[in-house]
Design a protein around this ligand. Structure first.
Ligand SMILES: Cc1ncc(COP(=O)(O)O)c(C=O)c1O
Length: 391
């Protein structure tokens, strides 16, 4: 019998999750029903944020939040080049320009030094960003107090991309509580920490922002008479106040998400254990994991390694990657720097623009990480790595 393929990420569903979905299927509401607010409360309460607004996916949350923060034509959004394209695309959906801040060599999160430097320059050139999107890469928080302080100084709004980070904390606060930001964006894609199939959520402590994102998810429509221009025509009446979208989550998804939230603590503990096991198992190999910021605990969406390329010569990253795949290990690469995507090269970005991100990309490999992995799976990855590296 061949050994099963070990994917890099995988959902963990149980009978309670299935029952929660079936319950919605038998109910009156497949969408716009009570499961949405249940899920919203579960995530907001867990994070310690005032509001949770559920949307169709994480990308939609970034889009609506950026728009609600005032981003539009002529404005600029900055994010990290080491992220999924969604963090940057959100700015372009709003008609804004996008630029990047290079990453920290250790954590691959947005570098606060590079950010401060770039802001000084942008102030001189009149190109300051309106919104900055720090990405909590692999689950580890960016240095939010420093980014917040820079936001105060230079007047930009902060939208955390916490798609990797639910379950993590920083300086004793849960990631997503928005202590140092205007809002945080979450994703519930099946490889993420908890899943709703597809799905996303904004957490925020800002009442007005929450309201605006809530209307943007349904065409910019309100049914609240207090918010209307002029008088309401009657109980059926609604008004479109601005151009929004249909970015609603279904109750089927929300029921799954809410049920998954009951397991978030257990998932987070297991992910931390797996990360520790990897650290021990891989010690002494010609590679290094991401630096751990001791001020927080990662949500551990991803376990990344960086190969010491000179030490493994004449082997290349590509060969190691292909050997691992050949051994049934579902490795991946997170991420191809966004500025090097053809659609971003068209905008004028080029190789060499963000050297630390590019160096990281040359060396990185994503190892399998999901709560249902057992200790033997970690040993299997270690053995495969040893073989792939000719150790
Ligand atoms: C860092 C980051 N931001 C945003 C997203 C977008 O989330 P979704 O796939 O739910 O639209 C993802 C998902 O892969 C992500 O990894």
């Amino acid at each position: 019998m061949s050994t099963p393929f070990l994917p890099y990420g995988r959902q963990s569903l149980d009978e309670a999750d299935i029952a929660a979905v079936v319950e919605v299927l038998k109910s009156d509401f497949l969408t716009q029903g009570p499961a949405i607010s249940r899920f919203e409360r579960a995530v907001a309460d867990w994070c310690g944020a005032k509001h949770g607004i559920a949307l169709a996916n994480g990308t939609a949350t970034l889009h609506c939040a950026a728009k609600a923060l005032g981003l539009g034509h002529g404005d600029v959004l900055w994010t990290s080049p080491i992220t999924f394209v969604a963090s940057a695309n959100a700015g372009r959906y709003c008609g804004a320009k996008v630029d990047f801040v290079d990453v920290d060599a250790g954590t691959a999160c947005m570098s606060v030094e590079r950010l401060a430097e770039k802001l000084r320059q942008a102030e001189k050139n009149g190109t300051l960003p309106k919104v900055v999107v720090p990405v909590h890469f692999a689950g580890q928080s960016c240095d939010m107090p420093q980014i917040h302080a820079l936001g105060q100084k230079y007047g930009f709004r902060i939208l955390e991309d916490a798609a990797h980070a639910l379950g993590g904390d920083y300086l004793g606060e849960r990631i997503g509580n928005c202590r140092w930001s205007d809002a945080a964006s979450h994703s519930f894609h099946p490889v993420k920490i908890v899943t709703s199939g597809e799905g996303g959520m904004i957490t925020t402590n800002d009442d007005e922002l929450a309201w605006r994102i809530g209307t943007l998810r349904t065409h910019g429509i309100t049914r609240d008479a207090d918010r209307m221009i002029g008088e309401s025509d009657g109980p059926w009446y609604y008004q479109q106040l601005e151009l929004g979208f249909n970015y609603r989550m279904t109750d089927i998804q929300a029921a799954l998400g809410a049920s998954q939230m009951a397991k978030l603590d257990a998932f987070a503990v297991r992910r931390r254990q797996i990360a520790d096991l990897y650290d021990q198992a891989l010690a002494g190999m010609p590679l290094r994991p991401l630096a751990r910021d001791t001020q927080g605990v990662s949500g551990w969406h991803l376990y990344m390694i960086r190969l010491n390329l000179e030490e493994i010569l004449p082997l290349t990253r590509r060969q190691v990657f292909e050997r691992l795949r050949g051994l049934g290990i579902g490795v991946n690469v997170h991420y191809i720097p966004v500025h090097l995507q053809p659609d971003y090269l068209k905008l004028g970005f080029k190789q060499g623009d963000f050297p630390e991100a590019e160096k990281y990309y040359e060396e990185c490999i994503t190892l399998p990480m999901f709560p249902a992995m057992n200790d033997a799976d970690v040993a299997r990855v270690r053995d495969a790595l040893a073989k792939a590296l000719n150790l």
